[in-house]
Design a protein around this ligand. Structure first.
Ligand SMILES: Nc1nc2c(ncn2[C@@H]2O[C@H](COP(=O)(O)OP(=O)(O)OP(=O)(O)O)[C@@H](O)[C@H]2O)c(=O)[nH]1
Ligand SMILES: [Mg+2]
Length: 247
């Protein structure tokens, strides 16, 4: 399964994946029905998550801005889990720079949006990221319209693939009318979208597991692929998914 994380710059996408990485490492993602069965990409994520690592009394630092220089495919966080049936399921979470999606939202065929098209083509499901900090800030008007343009692009491209509207930085409060406007426009375009609130900080929890992170991850891990897409042979040769051999 490929989980496409779609959202503007600085929206908290990399932070979300780094936080999941830490939670997987702590074993809290697993249950009797689901056991962690390995990962290809963990070494790179260890470096990223190192900047985030929770400790009881210090607030976390954040991972660096995801660089888009020269990239044509997103970074990937991979994890596989064994179900109690014995089946092993692999998941790839995409970590692409937000500017790719901004360009793609305005022009689907923009030359420097190739990585966003990669995500749109390969994802089995999407997380549409709504950055509450941006929607609370000085430029909330433009953040809101940019998100609506992005939602429109995603709605046009997703076919019938599942979508979640994910409010990141849930610890930041925003004007109720902005929240309602964003939600309404997303649900109007994609009425089946699920909604989640996540934050890496949770004031009520010292040994923090963040807020809402596990709910969203569990939801993502429960989705089953509905459509089977086979890459065309000539396109597949240099393709990351082909190298991973998970699709
Ligand atoms: N208050 C709050 N801030 C957060 C949270 N998660 C992330 N941030 C802030 O959001 C900033 C950007 O986070 P990133 O994860 O790098 O964002 P991104 O979407 O990967 O950004 P690009 O890679 O540039 O597209 C961080 O530097 C933090 O300041 C959160 O849960 N709460
Ligand atoms: Mg990033």
């Amino acid at each position: 399964m490929v989980v496409g994380v779609v959202g503007p710059q600085n929206a908290g996408k990399t932070t979300l994946l780094a936080a999941w990485y830490l939670l997987i490492g702590r074993g809290v993602v697993c249950s009797e029905k689901r056991r962690f069965a390995g990962s290809y990409s963990f070494a790179g994520w260890e470096a990223l998550a190192g900047s985030l690592r929770w400790s009881p009394r210090s607030s976390p630092n954040f991972p660096p801005h995801t660089s888009s220089r020269g990239g044509r495919a997103p970074g990937l966080l991979h994890a596989s889990f064994r179900a109690d049936s014995g089946d092993v399921r692999s998941y790839l979470f995409t970590d692409a720079p937000g500017e790719w999606f901004t360009k793609w939202s305005i022009n689907r065929d923009a030359p420097d949006a190739e990585g966003a098209r990669w995500v749109a083509l390969h994802a089995d499901m999407f997380l549409l990221i709504a950055d509450r900090q941006a929607l609370a800030g000085e430029n909330r008007g433009s953040a809101r319209s940019a998100l609506q343009v992005l939602a429109r692009r995603l709605a046009a491209e997703r076919a019938n693939r599942p979508v979640a509207l994910v409010w990141t930085k849930a610890d930041v409060s925003i004007a109720p009318e902005i929240e309602a406007a964003v939600r309404d426009s997303v649900l109007k375009l994609m009425p089946d979208a699920h909604e989640f609130f996540v934050s890496i900080s949770d004031p009520s929890d010292d040994e923090s597991n963040g807020h809402g992170l596990l709910d969203l991850l569990n939801w993502s891990l429960e989705i089953r692929r509905a459509r089977l897409s086979l890459p065309s042979p000539q396109a597949a040769s240099s393709d990351l998914l082909f190298m991973f051999g998970v699709k």
